[in-house]
Design a protein around this ligand. Sequence first.
Ligand code: DX5
Length: 211
Amino acid sequence: MKVLITPSILSADLGHLQDEIASVEAYADWLQVDVMDGHFVPNLSFGAPVLKKIKTKLPLDIHLMVSNPKDRITEFAALGVQNITFHAEAVTGTEERRALIQAIRKMKATAGIALNPETSVSAIDDVISEIDLVLIMSVHPGFGGQKFLQESLEKVRDIRVKFPKLMIQIDGGIDTASAPKAIEAGANNLVAGTAIFGSKDREAAIKALRG
Ligand code: DX5
């Protein structure tokens, strides 16, 4: 299964964002935008107005770390993004989740659901067979540069065994040490911020994560 490498712009030099994106474009597969509302997570990042200024040929992956994801999807979908992921902890009702998944798909994006480290896989039993992507957080969301939580590998393994075709994305503390473990566990989309934007040689950094 091809493993996608998805740089997260949260760790980029935001004062030179367009140049930072250009430095990974030829080597990355997707580009992740961490949308944080300062409520669902303690940090406040950026939204659609910033995204409107970004020029990239990379498919955009929107990670909504927000309490009301349904209020955000229209503005992002209007930008022609590849994927929109919401958090299972922010949308707990099955009908609500289904409605959100349908709304995202209606806007021609794939729908992902994310699990924080403290949330078990069983929390998404109701929709896991309908979703396009599951994002396993391997750090507590809100900030880049944190330590990889090894226990997230068990969740990846558990899902991969049951859903051989599902896109499993892992995000947080992904570097040359944790990437091979994540791939071995069954992740096929690795999100990395510091490991890529903290490196001078973006091509080599991305290549090293592919193993
Ligand atoms: C954390 C974000 C991650 C983060 C990854 O809340 O969702 O995408 O930017 O950064 P690193 O790779 O530095 O852990």
